[in-house]
Design a protein around this ligand. Sequence first.
Ligand code: NDP
Ligand SMILES: O=C(O)C1=N[C@H](C(=O)O)C[C@H](O)C1
Length: 269
Amino acid sequence: MSHIKVAINGAGGRMGRNLVSACVAADGLSLSAAFEAADSPFIGTDAGSLAGEQALDVAIAAADTRRDHAFDVLVDFTRPEPSLVALADCRAMGAAMVIGTTGFDEAQIAEIDAAAGDIPLVFAPNMSAGVNLTLKLLEMAARALGDTVDIEIIEAHHRHKVDAPSGTALKMGEVVAGALGRNLDDCAVYGREGHTGERDRKTIGFETIRAGDIVGEHTVLFAGDGERLEISHKASSRTTFASGAMRAAAWVAGRAPGRYDMPDVLGLR
Ligand SMILES: NC(=O)C1=CN([C@@H]2O[C@H](COP(=O)(O)OP(=O)(O)OC[C@H]3O[C@@H](n4cnc5c(N)ncnc54)[C@H](OP(=O)(O)O)[C@@H]3O)[C@@H](O)[C@H]2O)C=CC1
Ligand SMILES: O=C(O)C1=N[C@H](C(=O)O)C[C@H](O)C1
C-alpha cells in the first residue's frame, strides 16, 4: 500500500518538531517535505535530525518553494499569516490541509472557509482526543446547568505563546455559549480590572495565564450557589496534539472538499 505523503509547515517550531516525530511514528504516512520561512536558520537542515529522530533525507525548504514539492496533505502549525499563504498553495496544488494554527481573525477564517470549497481541510484549535471529548462534556454540563451558574474559562500556557485567549479556550466558550443559546461575541468578558460592578450571570469570563513551560491547561468553571463544577483538561506533552494532527492528516487525505473538525476525525459527531 502506498503511503500518504505528508508535508509540515513550520517544521522547526515547538509543534513542528513534534509533528515530524509523530509522522515518523504513524503507520501509512511518510514525510515528503518540510518548510520554514525563507530566512529561517533551519533551511537545508534535515527535518528528522532536527526533531531528534534519524535523518529522513528531507531537508527543510523555504516556504516560497512549496509548489515545487509533492505532497498529499500539508500540516500547518505556524502563525495566521504564513498559514494562509500555505492555504493558497494547497488550493492551487489540490492538496489537503490540516490547520492547527490559532489566532485567526474573522476575515482570515472566511478565507479558510472559501478554500474549503476547493480542498478538504481539518481546522481545529486543539487536536488532542482529550480536549475534543471535553468539548462534549462541556456541552452536556452547560445544557444541564443552564442559567443557574456563572461560567468562567481559565487557560494556562507557556511564556512563548503569542495569542490569547487560546484557540481552545475560545472554542470552549463557543460550545458553552451555543449550548445556552448565547452568542459568544455578545457575552464574552476578557479579564477584569478596576470597578467592574457585580457579575452578570449571562456573561462568560476568560482568564489567561502565561508562565514557564506549561504545555496547555484549560478549566471551565460552572459556579452556582453552594457548589461548583470544574471540568479540566491538562496536556503534559505536545505529543498528544501531534499524534492527533497525524490522525487528521490520514483521515483528510483524499476526502471531498470541505471544512472538517476533530470531532469528524475522531467520530465524535
Ligand atoms: N491545534 C492544536 O492542537 C495546537 C495548536 N497550536 C498552535 O500552533 C501554532 C504554533 O505553535 P508553536 O509550535 O508553539 O509555535 P512556534 O513559534 O514554536 O512554531 C511556529 C513555527 O512556524 C515558523 N514560521 C514562521 N513563519 C513561517 C513561514 N512563513 N513559513 C513557514 N514557517 C514559518 C516559525 O519560524 P520562526 O520561529 O523563525 O518565526 C516557527 O518555527 C500556534 O498558533 C499554536 O497556538 C499549538 C499546539 C497545539
Ligand atoms: O500555543 C500552544 O502551545 C497551544 N495552542 C493551542 C491553543 O491556542 O488552544 C492548543 C494548545 O493548548 C497549545
